[in-house]
Design a protein around this ligand. Structure first.
Ligand code: GTP
Ligand code: SF4
Ligand code: SF4
Length: 313
């Protein structure tokens, strides 16, 4: 089912918790307010299952840090059981070395791991935690366990731009499948730290010259540059109407809202009362269907017009 702008919903992005064991200075917290409430594995899988009727094929688990959920394995298993084709997770990687094989066993297909620096001191400055070695261990274990394609997330800022070449070399040597170069955006803490914003254009120019092959992904029309068995994907979500035109996702917040856009708190539908209300399963399913239909009807690209200059000078 497509929205008024011709965009399908295919991917459900689920915030499992707002708690995190890192404190990155740019954390966007998925555009959500901090909350204590948590949806249960059954509630999450019910929303996903109804979503399949509207086109949902994949689920991305995120946070906060999703590995802090004690019932993470059950959540993944239930999502696979209700028929979600691909379940992936975005993580800071610090618990991956102990969890990778268990995650694979219950059906997790792949992971994205954040890695913003290979310099220990800078890693700590960015994330607030002295955990670089542990994260590297986690990345290696996840590759061994077959959580692939394994993607590294590198948020480019003025603080870590000097790390980029090291990260590319590390990715190639370690057998990482993709490196995502992500632009800092002014959401969550990023609002107050946007002074560290760095444009990606000059890096993209070099990638264009060096790449063996260039592809455009249907999700967000993201460009993908092939370089020595590594795919470098450029993720420019801010003030980019092309990115929004290719947006195929809808979100389920930690406190039970169907959220139509990272940036929009005015375009979400609270379904907690449906999930926790005194209804039969059939009634719940019907009400969740109605919520999806409203969400699709009100969904719109956040950026519709090109903003040429948005970075602070
Ligand atoms: N504005 C906006 N930014 C997004 C969206 N999806 C991803 N991003 C940005 O991309 C970053 C990395 O997202 P991930 O969860 O690692 O990856 P993904 O976008 O699901 O991509 P794949 O795993 O490759 O499918 C996020 O932290 C955001 O900064 C989106 O729909 N809107
Ligand atoms: S690891 Fe992710 S969720 Fe945790 S603070 Fe960093 S950006 Fe935020
Ligand atoms: S509409 Fe644009 S800003 Fe909103 S979630 Fe989709 S890609 Fe992100």
């Amino acid at each position: 089912m497509i929205d008024r702008f011709g965009r399908p919903i295919e991917d459900l992005r689920v915030t499992l918790t707002h708690v995190c064991n890192f404190s990155c200075f740019f954390c966007h917290m998925e555009g959500e307010d901090n909350s204590q409430s948590l949806l249960s594995p059954e509630e999450i899988s019910l929303v996903a299952k109804v979503g399949i009727e509207y086109g949902i094929r994949s689920v991305k688990l995120t946070g906060g840090e999703p590995t802090l959920r004690r019932d993470l394995l059950r959540i993944i298993r239930e999502l696979k059981d209700v028929g979600i084709k691909e379940v992936s997770m975005t993580t800071n990687g610090v618990l991956l070395s102990t969890l990778a094989w268990k995650l694979k066993e219950v059906g997790l297909d792949r992971v994205n791991v954040s890695l913003h620096s290979l310099d220990k001191q800078l890693f700590k400055e960015i994330t607030g935690v002295d955990a670089l070695d542990k994260v590297i261990e986690g990345i290696k274990e996840a590759i061994k366990a077959g959580l692939r394609p394994l993607k590294l997330n590198f948020v480019l800022t003025k603080k870590n731009i000097s790390q980029l070449d090291n990260i590319i070399n590390f990715a190639i040597e370690t057998g990482v499948d993709e490196l995502h170069l992500i632009e800092l955006h002014p959401v969550g803490l990023g609002k107050n730290t946007f002074e560290y914003h760095e444009k990606l254009e000059s890096i993209e120019k070099i990638l264009k010259e060096k790449a063996d092959k260039i592809e455009i992904r249907s999700k967000h029309y993201r460009p993908r540059y092939y370089l020595n068995n590594l795919v470098i994907e450029v993720v420019k979500p801010y003030a980019n109407p092309i990115f929004c035109a290719g947006c195929n996702r809808i979100r389920l917040t930690a406190d039970g809202k169907l959220k139509t856009c990272l940036y929009r708190q005015d375009k979400e539908i609270d379904i907690m009362d449906i999930l926790r209300g005194d209804f039969s399963l059939e009634e719940k399913i019907e009400l969740i269907r109605e919520a999806y239909e409203i969400a699709i009807a009100i969904r719109e690209p956040n950026f519709k017009y090109r903003v040429e200059s948005y970075a602070p000078s």
